[in-house]
Ligand binder design. Structure first.
Ligand SMILES: [Zn+2]
Length: 382
């Protein structure tokens, strides 16, 4: 290849020297020089080298381009044929070397063409080549998140008792989250529900419970009210296996004339039987919540040991699942509901807690880590 370069340079040098000469001898020199300095073998080698680069850079997008490539290089008037024809100009002693170069080039073009032929075939015969008797490829369909499974189940159970689903904003104002729920600003119970506040307005916060939805329902609806409020809530907590800065709750509210604690007990008893299986026992322990009076925590008999005592129930035979009580008259009055005429009950449970008991998940963080190995275990529940 170096020879070709030198020949070209000498040719142009001579051409430059004679460019102003008008005599016949310089004209002859013009005509003869290319033949003298660009000998057929070198010309051929240079051409092949250029074509090689062109071929290797070619990446077709469709069958049409592949066909154009074939015509250009391998067709009856293609470049490979043309180059073969030029063999006759190569001196006899160089024919062997030239032949080798040409064959290598031909093989390169053919292999390159072959690598795209599948693209060409697929496009040409796509309809004929589908074998509809072959089994299809599996498509991963995913599965419901365990919390979604539990939420859906809870909604299903309470809907059968006539409860509607209510939803509200996650960014709340102080009144709906605390004030209306009988948690005035200086109330010590607020300390247990530290949350995240919004910079633009210090009265805005991320709701600490779904009670704020109860407030919004009572604001807009008159009794009878029968709703459950599933949703995400927030607390300013250090993340650990037992605590998280966000989790999920379902609260229920029933306000009507003559609603009693017996209705509360019966409703929750029905829920537990449906959720955890018939024969699951319940018990109530007195408790305190600012928005209910009287208030009670509800336990169910341990699902693992059946009440005999194990690590999960801390050897008591009971596990706590929710808080409940009769709606505090002050809460009803906050929404202009006559507390002498109407009474109501409310309850609230953590969805993660129900999930933990149902699926034996002992680390809260697993629910939001998006680890497929964890989530895949719930596929069967779809
Ligand atoms: Zn137990």
């Amino acid at each position: 290849m170096a020879n070709v370069g030198i020949s070209i340079r000498i040719f142009y040098f001579l051409a430059f020297c004679s460019r102003n000469a008008a005599d016949e001898s310089s004209l002859v020199l013009w005509l003869i020089l290319p033949i003298l300095y660009l000998r057929p073998m070198e010309q051929l080698a240079a051409q092949i080298e250029n074509y090689k680069k062109e071929v290797l850079a070619f990446t077709p997008q469709n069958a049409e381009e592949v066909e154009q490539f074939r015509i250009k290089y391998l067709g009856s008037k293609g470049l490979v044929k043309n180059l073969m024809a030029e063999m006759k100009n190569v001196p006899a002693e160089q024919k062997r070397e030239a032949g080798q170069l040409l064959n290598e080039f031909k093989t390169l073009v053919e292999n390159h063409f072959e690598s795209f032929s599948s693209l060409q075939q697929n496009n040409h015969h796509s309809t004929q080549q589908i074998d509809i008797t072959l089994p299809g490829n599996d498509i991963a369909i995913g599965s419901l998140h365990p919390l979604s499974i539990v939420r859906n189940k809870i909604i299903q159970i309470f809907q059968r008792l006539g409860f509607a689903v209510a939803e509200g904003p996650e960014i709340e104002d102080d009144w709906h989250n605390f004030g209306a729920m009988n948690l005035p600003e200086d109330h010590p119970a607020r300390d247990m529900q530290d949350t995240f506040y919004i910079n633009q307005n210090p009265a805005w916060l991320l709701r600490t419970h779904t009670s704020s939805v109860q407030a919004r329902v009572m604001e807009q609806q008159k009794p009878p009210i029968r709703v459950i409020c599933p949703g995400r809530v927030y607390r300013n907590e250090t993340i650990s296996a037992r605590a998280h800065c966000f989790f999920h709750q379902v609260e229920g509210l029933y306000v009507d004339e003559n609603v009693s604690f017996a209705d509360l007990k019966q409703t929750l008893y029905f829920f537990v039987q449906e959720m955890f299986g018939h024969g699951t026992k319940i018990r109530f322990r007195p408790s305190y919540f600012p928005f209910t009076e009287p208030s009670a925590e509800m336990d169910i008999s341990c699902l693992i040991c059946g009440g005999k005592g194990c690590n999960v129930c801390k050897h008591t035979g009971w596990v706590e699942i929710l808080g409940s009580g009769m709606v505090h008259p002050k809460v009803l009055e906050n929404f202009n509901i006559d507390s002498n005429k109407y009474t109501g009950f409310a309850f609230g449970m953590g969805m993660e807690r129900i999930c933990q008991l149902k699926y034996r998940v002992n680390d809260l963080r697993l629910y939001s880590q998006n680890d497929v190995r964890f989530l895949q275990q719930f596929t069967a529940a779809l």
